[in-house]
Design a protein around this ligand. Sequence first.
Ligand code: PRT
Ligand code: MG
Length: 213
Amino acid sequence: MITMALSKGRIFEETLPLLAAAGIEVTDDPEKTRKLILATNQPGIQVVLVRATDVPTYVQHGGADLGVAGKDVLLEHGGEGLYQPLDLKIARCRMSVAAREDFDYAAAVKQGSRIRVATKYTQIARQHFADKGVHVDLIKLYGSMELAPLTGLADAIVDLVSTGKTLLANRLREVEPFMDISSRLVVNQAALKLKRDRLRPLIDAIGAAVAKD
Ligand code: PRT
Ligand code: MG
């Protein structure tokens, strides 16, 4: 059996057409079933639904042979034990610094002030500000980052932006987009050796589908 880990929502939706191009159809609809293991039209291939941030962990430890995860999630995880053969170019967005309209980010950076930054993405944020030589106090949050500058918890946030509507609705300004994000195919390194005959053609078919778009 080949097991593929996907997260519900945009990653599942946007992976479906790539699987279809490889001849794989998921026969259960995750929005209509409570099942976490979904069958496909191929008896030897199943899909497991896990949280987006858990996909690398499942694949790393062999709970799944392969999976799809955002570059953001992979950088935070570290990518240990994962082979990353393909950029699937799906679930695209960007990682940005955002601040309240009345916070002068550029001036704070120029003056070398310590900036309080709230984020779920502490590894990515730490690396970004270190590269820029900006001093920051990072505050780890698990969600609703937009609230942090509005309540005075932080001066700025680091978060994903796609349409910009969330920032706008919370009167925040995107002051520094710094990384393009898309989702990658990740494969368990041991599985790639042991199940190579089945995994390699699957990876190649998905790769061909990406190249066509
Ligand atoms: O939502 P849940 O807590 O279950 O898990 P998750 O947020 O980890 O999963 P999901 O499905 O929301 O995101 C999975 C992956 O999609 C992420 O790891 C990213 O690689 C990618 N992706 C693409 C996004 C977005 N676009 C995105 N816009 N992930 C999150 N967002 C959020 C963002 O954090 C912000 O809250 O959407 C909001 C901004 O969107 P706009 O359109 O208002 O700018
Ligand atoms: Mg989400």
